[in-house]
Write a protein that binds this ligand. Structure first.
Ligand SMILES: N[C@@H](CCC(=O)N[C@@H](CS)C(=O)NCC(=O)O)C(=O)O
Length: 201
């Protein structure tokens, strides 16, 4: 049985769980406390001591996008189709969001929601840099969603699941999405889907 190393507050772990649910794959999970991520045993699974990791019958894999693609390829899912150009477009939207937005939303969520309780000094600079990245890249995603129902095409793909997880803490960390009307509509649609509700019940 596939094992997912996870913690429910991790949006990157949730991304993998969304994919597992959408694919209908069975899995078990091991709950990881953040303090245990740097233990000698866990570092053998993930050299940087992060979640998620999967153990698929002895095949160990980390990085949520690599895991998501592996799972889709394993069952030949249309969430990540084999067609060269369709796949390239999905990768394009995964990369722009993961490279330019993931750290931004993670930093804003960390400093606005968690840092205080962890006695970490709040970095207004990191928050402002994050907000600047959002101002630059969210309009691009919003205008793509004005044209298409979903990010890469008119079908739901891994590009959508990736962005959904990147925006997971947007509302609670007071990121204002109100000016991105198409993005907000798309977000609400995904949050109403069964796979999302199953993970957040
Ligand atoms: N790029 C990685 C990010 C993973 C990540 O940063 N996970 C966070 C939880 S959401 C974590 O493990 N943080 C603990 C740490 O960095 O020490 C992925 O997509 O899997």
């Amino acid at each position: 049985m596939l094992i997912l190393y996870r913690n429910k507050i991790s949006n990157h772990t949730n991304k993998v769980e969304y994919v597992l649910k959408l694919l209908g794959l069975d899995y078990e999970y091991k709950k990881m406390d953040f303090k245990d991520l740097k233990s000698r045993d866990y570092l053998k699974l993930h050299p940087a001591g992060k979640i998620p990791v999967i153990d698929d019958e002895g095949f160990i894999l980390f990085e949520s996008n690599a895991i998501s693609k592996y799972l889709c390829n394993k069952v030949e899912s249309e969430l990540y189709p084999a067609n060269l150009q369709e796949r390239a477009i999905i990768d394009q939207w995964i990369d722009i969001a993961s490279i330019h937005l993931d750290n931004a939303t993670s930093d804003i969520a960390f400093y606005r929601l968690l840092a205080k309780s962890m006695n970490v000094e709040i970095s207004e600079n990191a928050i402002n840099e994050g907000l600047k990245a959002l101002d630059r890249f969210l309009p691009i995603l919003n205008s793509q969603l004005e044209k298409n129902r979903y990010l890469a095409s008119d079908e739901l793909t891994l590009a959508d699941i990736n962005l959904l997880s990147i925006l997971e803490y947007a509302e609670s960390s007071k990121i204002d999405l109100s000016k991105y009307k198409s993005l907000k509509k798309w977000l609400e649609e995904l949050q109403n889907m069964e796979f999302f509700k199953q993970i957040h019940k």
